[in-house]
Write a protein that binds this ligand. Structure first.
Ligand SMILES: *Cc1c(COP(=O)(O)O)cnc(C)c1O
Length: 332
């Protein structure tokens, strides 16, 4: 099987901001872009992106999950990076148009079409380290993806890291390229030294998130996850899973969680932990590594609640269950 996100539809949709207005969206080949090597994005990281998915239902319709939330977050990332303001209606139109164009290529469940809107500063001006790009390019790539769990449904090993942080604390809520590069040295070191799958960043002993997913703890009828602030990405999956947990009558606690409390709770039988994000929905965490010691979460196996909540999300996404919160947008 090919790695997630390495296959692309042959065309994408683009719109350029010329300093005054957005151009009419154009469908163009997706294998290349022509940019000046001095473009702002290459030097000063004026770039943000989104990740959302379209799903094929049994009736043949194609439906995008939480389109509005992802568009809103893209507009917010754009503002926090001082890129030219995104026209949200235009972006919605672009996503719908390119998804409709490749509707026939949206994989059957358990696959889906991953949608990657991207916004970059294009002005050729290497003197603008302290000034925004006046021009930009918005484009939407499509990548058909298979079952995230096809490699087996094992559990993840996370290294709890209390020193350093994933990215600058005022940038955590921005889905921007530089944040991922800044987290990489920690992740590579954790892989090499303790065979961790991911680093759970816990600056000053407070549990935050991993390099590209939010962290949730399930203990009895309690769900505990960090409350939203500028230091972490405000995941749409996190928000959706918390809503379903509330619907089930669970006690949802968005609050600070210390490493000490996490390790104490994780040791209890029946405790579960998971990472949330668009790619996997919920991925079970089996082991927490802290100061050279390995701690199993519950019995170390994928938890019942994690599996159940992921199933509930998948059922809504694939049209097998009601969509009580109106999370799907029908494309065709
Ligand atoms: C994208 C992302 C998430 C998950 O967000 P979703 O909207 O659920 O896909 C979490 N953390 C980081 C750092 C991310 O980039």
């Amino acid at each position: 099987m090919t790695a997630f996100g390495t296959v692309f539809m042959p065309e994408m949709i683009t719109s350029e901001y010329n300093g005054t207005q957005w151009s009419q969206p154009a469908v163009v080949p997706s294998d290349s872009l022509t940019l000046h090597p001095g473009a702002h994005v290459f030097h000063y990281a004026s770039t943000c992106f989104e990740g959302l998915k379209a799903f094929r239902h049994e009736d043949g319709s194609i439906n995008i999950f939480r389109l509005d939330q992802n568009i809103r977050r893209m507009a917010q990332s754009t503002r926090l990076l001082a890129l030219p303001e995104v026209d949200q209606a235009l972006l919605e139109q672009m996503i719908l148009e390119i998804t409709e164009r490749f509707a026939g290529d949206v994989p059957e469940p358990p696959g889906s079409m991953y949608i990657r809107p991207t916004h970059i500063g294009t002005e050729a001006a290497i003197g603008k380290a302290a000034a925004p790009s006046t021009t930009s390019l918005l484009y939407v790539l499509l990548s058909p993806v298979g079952d995230y769990f096809s490699g087996g449904s094992g559990t993840l090993r996370l290294l709890l890291q209390e020193e350093g942080m994933r990215c600058a604390p005022h940038m955590g809520e921005v889905k921007s390229g530089g944040n991922y590069a800044s987290a990489l040295p920690s992740i590579l070191q954790a892989r090499a030294e303790v065979k961790a799958d991911q680093v759970l960043f816990c600056p000053h002993g407070e549990v935050q998130e991993t390099g590209a997913a939010n962290f949730l703890l399930f203990d009895g009828d309690e769900v505990i996850t960090k409350s939203l602030d500028s230091t972490l990405l405000h995941g749409v999956t996190r928000n959706s899973v918390l809503q379903l947990a509330r619907d089930m009558g669970m006690s949802v606690q968005e609050r600070d969680l210390t490493v000490a409390e996490l390790l104490e709770r994780a040791a209890k039988p029946g405790c579960e932990a998971a990472l949330s994000g668009t790619a996997a929905v919920l991925a079970p965490v089996g082991t927490l590594i802290h100061q050279g010691k390995e701690h199993r979460v519950g019995n170390g196996e994928p938890g019942e609640l994690t599996t159940r909540l992921r199933g509930m999300m998948n059922d809504i996404q694939w049209g097998r269950a009601e969509d009580p919160h109106g999370w799907l947008t029908r494309v065709v």
